[in-house]
Design a protein around this ligand. Structure first.
Ligand code: ACO
Length: 311
């Protein structure tokens, strides 16, 4: 019986139908989605930290306004995603606690520091550029609430990417010192951005099943390649150099070939030993504790309202 349901589910997904919260779904499909969506939500929330670091030091009012809006957008993305996970019967407080205790994963990329203003440019250009490549694909994911959240998120991410590219362009066309700042930031963020897409396909334990269920529509390596092909010409346009001596255009395949990614660094970061993992969790825990009064007030208000409605 169970087998039949699973087969029917696969057929339903193969026919490009969206799965909705009340539909029957295999338990493992539900668990995989909760895992991926909650990790994604945590990434959006932790992703605010490296950039928030520069809000008070943005070089002009215009830059400050754009950065503030962008960081706020990331908070909103986290909220849509926690809500999407809740439609799968995940408990929000459990998810938040797993993040705060260090049990849950979030994207490796947010464990790198932002020592200069040029890093804010590099994050928008590269990190948000990589996020878009991944999330455009997720707009077609088989789970309805996740797919719909992604459509709105992608629109905002493209603004983030452009503001980052514009910051980098301004620096790249500025004084030699400014151009060097942009180059240094590209050197810092290039390889970690490639790692964002996750392990290579043959080392990715979740990919095969997630592709079969159409949770993922493109593999980690496919998306990484798309990102490289799109970004190399952007760096050339800026007169900056991608820090990969093995990077070369392959006329036959129509793609860039790249050098070896340092997977040891990747696994080290996701195990909690990156440059900023500890700092990020301390900052998240402090923000959560500082916000306790807001949650308490909102709950007290909700209770009062419920009482009033009963009368
Ligand atoms: N950082 C941290 N962990 C990662 C990363 C990464 N860059 N890439 C892969 N992993 C983890 C996976 O979560 C998985 O962990 P788990 O099995 O313990 O849960 C493990 O490494 C093995 O990887 P895969 O089998 O390839 O995992 P998966 O099929 O989930 O693919 C991917 C990983 C591509 C990140 C996928 O989960 C995804 O598309 N997520 C949604 C997008 C997202 O989270 N983006 C966050 C950054 S963008 C932003 O926030 C602005």
């Amino acid at each position: 019986k169970e087998m039949n349901l699973e087969e029917r589910f696969q057929q339903y997904v193969d026919a490009e139908n969206k799965v909705e919260p009340k539909d029957w779904m295999p338990e493992k499909y539900r668990k995989t989605l909760i895992r991926q969506i909650s990790q994604h939500a945590h990434s959006e929330v932790v992703g605010m930290l490296p950039e928030a670091n520069w809000i008070t030091r943005a070089p002009s009012l215009r830059r400050k306004v754009a950065l503030l809006a962008k960081v706020q957008d990331e908070a909103g993305h986290g909220l849509y995603l926690y809500s999407a996970a809740e439609t799968l019967a995940a408990d929000r407080m459990d998810m938040v606690e797993d993040l705060l205790s260090g049990k849950a994963k979030y994207s490796s990329i947010f464990n790198y520091p932002t020592p200069t203003w040029a890093d804010i440019g590099a994050i928008g250009w590269l990190v948000d550029g990589a996020a878009i490549a991944n999330q455009v694909m997720l707009c077609r994911t088989s789970y309805g609430p996740y797919a719909r959240a992604m459509v709105k998120i992608c629109k905002e991410e493209s603004f983030h990417q452009r503001q980052g590219y514009e910051i980098t362009m301004t620096l790249a066309q500025g004084s030699p010192v400014q151009k060097q700042m942009a180059q240094d930031a590209l050197n810092r963020w290039w390889w970690p951005s490639l790692m964002m897409f996750g392990p290579t396909d043959d080392a990715s334990p979740n990919s095969a099943q997630s592709m079969k269920w159409k949770i993922k529509r493109k593999s980690n390596d496919e998306l990484r390649q798309e990102f490289i092909d799109k970004t190399v010409p952007q760096a050339e346009f800026l007169g900056l150099t991608i820090p990969d001596k093995d990077l070369k255009w392959n006329e036959e395949t129509g793609h860039y070939e790249h050098g070896e990614i340092d997977w040891e660094e990747f696994y080290n970061v996701i195990k909690g030993n990156g440059k900023c993992n500890k700092q990020r969790l301390i900052a998240r825990n402090k923000a959560h504790d500082d916000g306790a009064w807001v949650r308490e007030a909102a709950n007290a208000y909700a209770e009062k309202e419920a009482e009033r409605r009963k009368k």
